[in-house]
Write a protein that binds this ligand. Structure first.
Ligand SMILES: [Zn+2]
Length: 66
């Protein structure tokens, strides 16, 4: 079990985001990226990681909504 700590964004004005999976940095919010809210923390996944995690993300969303 690996524990990851995701510190909340310190700068509210910072628009740059990073992929929570591969760490790819992006300026602004690319429309192709996926935003997943987990434990009140926004996690962004780039296009490639979004595809890879699509099932997992959808499953979490489904479980959350149910
Ligand atoms: Zn990624």
């Amino acid at each position: 079990m690996d524990q990851q700590q995701n510190p909340p964004p310190a700068d509210p004005g910072a628009e740059s985001i990073m992929c929570s999976r591969c760490g790819t940095a992006a300026e602004g919010t690319p429309p192709t990226w996926t935003c997943s809210v987990e434990n009140h923390t926004r996690r962004y996944f780039c296009d490639e990681c979004a595809r890879a995690n699509l099932r997992a993300i959808e499953s979490r969303l489904d479980s959350a909504w149910w």
